[in-house]
Write a protein that binds this ligand. Structure first.
Ligand code: HEM
Ligand SMILES: *[C@@H]1O[C@H](CO)[C@@H](O)[C@H](O)[C@H]1NC(C)=O
Ligand SMILES: *[C@@H]1O[C@H](CO)[C@@H](O)[C@H](O)[C@H]1NC(C)=O
Ligand SMILES: *[C@@H]1O[C@H](CO)[C@@H](O)[C@H](O)[C@H]1NC(C)=O
Ligand SMILES: *[C@@H]1O[C@H](CO)[C@@H](O)[C@H](O)[C@H]1NC(C)=O
Length: 531
């Protein structure tokens, strides 16, 4: 004890000496030391780290804390590609003070998506971003077992029977949009030019609200209420990943929007309860009937309201981006438009038959292949994260990812590898000719509490993720996107605008927002089909 006391005293003495020498320097020198110190620290840290055999190779960086944020943030796939060449398919990089370990390719899918619950946490990686937007008591603001139950409640509502009632509503909303939106007004115009990054988010929220929230909530979108969704959205950006609770005007508007939207859903739930008006119209009805956790606890109506926000948000950007990319690829490929048109005409008896869910699901393989190919080329979520909760060894390597670091998986990167998808950057709906199902399960299945899904996640194609956090909106999204695209294909032919300013090819991806979007403005011209 005496020994450690005297060591402590010595350290304190050195500290005092260092401080007094520092204070004796001129202000200019003091400042330069303050500036240089983090750099020295960072260089030393990188050196020591890179000598450890139990750590994956570290991507070198020059600016402390920032790390590789600029390269990764602006062009993640190029960044991964370069790192893959230099360091192999497992490497770590620094992103705004966090250490991220990337494992590229199908083995990485397995490593992250099938990580043990005690090893890797999605809520620890995402909650600070999502909880202010969705609200409390749902998704990542609850223990994983609660999330599994909440996913079960929602998935239980998204059945084929539900989709059979949704498809006519998707059609109705789409046709209404084409009549009423100033982007179309098809009763007055035979052609026009639209920005798909304006039209597709609108069509997505109208169709989703109509089916999942019911007519009353859909109709509110024609009023000032719509601005609240915009305000909520603005609080759901990569910036919020880093600074979720800044007292900024944007975050204040986000908080106000969250509360107002949640209050509105809550009043509707309470009204339905008061009137004993619980049917099978929408997700609200289903959650009112079916939201008792396994341990007997019931979700509160406030939690149901917040879950509705989370589910709508989960589907909004992903689906809007996917239909926007689909329209852009088809604008570039009139031949594919024609093929899809022929399929529509053949299956719908030249337009005499109404589209139904069963027809869309079973008889329109090309439509499904087209959407599948769009999701291959444009995975809406280029990176998915987990926070490491205890040291995790990487199988078949000497590496251990330590507690407190993050792991990152990127199926979107695998989707673009020649090895798995020959000629990966070409839009080829026929690469799926023998395989039109949006996804499928091969081999063993497993149930994490929200229905059984494929146990293995080493498929190179995982647009909807895998494991316990796998998407539950897949079939809903395919029905929604398939219906919107079916109406588009039957009614219009579209191209890139021939004015001087518009782009004439599919725009490059913009990776800086929450989902991978076409770099805007992304215009197409539409023209009514004559026959
Ligand atoms: C094209 C459309 C969509 C794509 C590509 C997509 C993709 C994904 C992916 C990759 C994940 C896994 C996230 C992770 O592992 O961190 C996920 C999870 C999820 N998605 Fe989707 N999604 C889509 C549409 C939807 C829709 C329409 C809904 C709701 C109706 C939805 C609700 C959810 C939910 C609740 C989760 C679970 C999150 C978790 O367990 O942590 N998604 N989605
Ligand atoms: C609740 O959902 C589960 C799982 O989807 C289903 O098996 C059950 O029948 C539902 N219960 C009610 C009352 O709807
Ligand atoms: C459609 O027609 C209306 C009225 O003639 C016009 O105001 C509007 O700009 C047109 N829309 C498009 C997309 O061309
Ligand atoms: C580890 O290596 C063995 C033998 O080569 C192989 O069978 C196994 O699939 C590998 N596991 C992982 C997760 O890479
Ligand atoms: C689909 O299967 C057929 C028959 O097995 C085969 O000839 C064809 O090459 C396959 N197409 C693709 C794109 O894999």
């Amino acid at each position: 004890m005496a020994g450690s006391d005297s060591v402590l005293l010595q350290v304190v003495d050195y500290g005092k000496l260092a401080l007094s020498s520092f204070l004796a320097l001129s202000l200019a020198k003091q400042l330069s030391i303050i500036v240089i110190l983090p750099f020295l620290y960072s260089i030393t840290w990188q050196l020591v780290y890179s000598m450890r055999k139990d750590r994956p190779p570290l991507v070198r960086y020059s600016i402390p804390w920032i790390g590789s944020a600029v390269q990764y943030g602006s062009a993640p796939y190029e960044f991964f590609e370069e790192c893959n060449k230099k360091y192999g398919n497992i490497f770590s990089f620094v992103l705004l003070g966090k250490t991220m370990t990337v494992y590229l390719g199908p083995k990485g899918h397995e490593f992250v998506f099938n990580a043990k619950l005690a090893d890797a946490s999605a809520e620890a990686a995402y909650a600070h971003l999502t909880t202010p937007v969705f609200g409390k008591g749902v998704i990542y603001d609850v223990p994983n077992s609660r999330l599994m139950d909440q996913k079960k409640f929602v998935k239980g509502a998204l059945t084929k029977d539900a989709f059979r009632t949704y498809v006519p509503l998707f059609i109705e909303e789409t046709e209404k949009y084409l009549r009423d939106s100033k982007n179309f007004q098809i009763d007055k115009n035979d052609s026009g030019k639209i920005n798909v990054m304006v039209t597709q988010p609108e069509m997505t929220i109208f169709t989703a609200s109509r089916t999942l929230l019911g007519k009353e909530m859909r109709d509110k979108l024609n009023s000032d209420f719509a601005y609240l969704y915009t305000d909520l959205d603005r609080g759901f950006t990569p910036m919020n990943f880093v600074f979720p609770y800044l007292p900024s005007a944007t975050n204040k508007r986000r908080d106000h929007a969250q509360k107002t939207i949640s209050d509105t859903y809550l009043s509707l739930i309470q009204k339905r309860r008061a009137n004993n008006d619980i049917q099978s119209r929408d997700l609200i009805d289903e959650l009112m009937k079916n939201s008792t956790y396994k341990d007997g606890t019931k979700m509160t109506d406030r939690e149901i309201s917040n879950l509705l926000i989370g589910v709508l948000m989960g589907g909004q950007h992903t689906s809007a981006a996917t239909s926007a990319w689909a329209l852009l690829h088809l604008a570039e490929r009139p031949d594919v438009q024609e093929e899809l048109y022929q399929e529509q005409m053949r299956v719908l008896d030249n337009g005499k038959k109404e589209l139904t869910y069963d027809i869309l699901d079973e008889q329109m393989p090309l439509m499904n292949q087209m959407l599948k190919e769009v999701l291959r080329l444009h995975h809406p979520l280029h990176s998915l994260f987990r926070k490491v909760m205890r040291d995790v060894p990487v199988p078949n390597t000497s590496y251990v990812v330590p507690e407190g670091h993050h792991v990152l998986v990127s199926p979107g990167y695998t989707h673009l590898q020649e090895k798995y998808f020959p000629n990966p950057h070409s839009f080829n709906i026929h690469r799926w000719d023998n395989d039109s199902a949006s996804s499928y399960s091969v081999g063993e299945e497993i149930d994490y509490g929200f229905g059984s899904i494929s146990k293995g996640v080493s498929s190179p194609y995982l647009p909807f993720g895998g494991g316990r956090h796998r998407c539950i909106g897949e079939h809903y999204a395919m029905a929604q996107l398939g219906t919107i695209m079916s109406v588009f294909i039957r009614k219009f032919q579209w191209t890139f605008p021939d004015d001087a300013t518009s782009r004439k090819s599919v725009p490059p991806p913009d990776f800086t927002s929450m989902v991978t979007l076409p770099t805007g403005p992304a215009y197409i011209s539409w023209k009514k089909r004559t026959n």
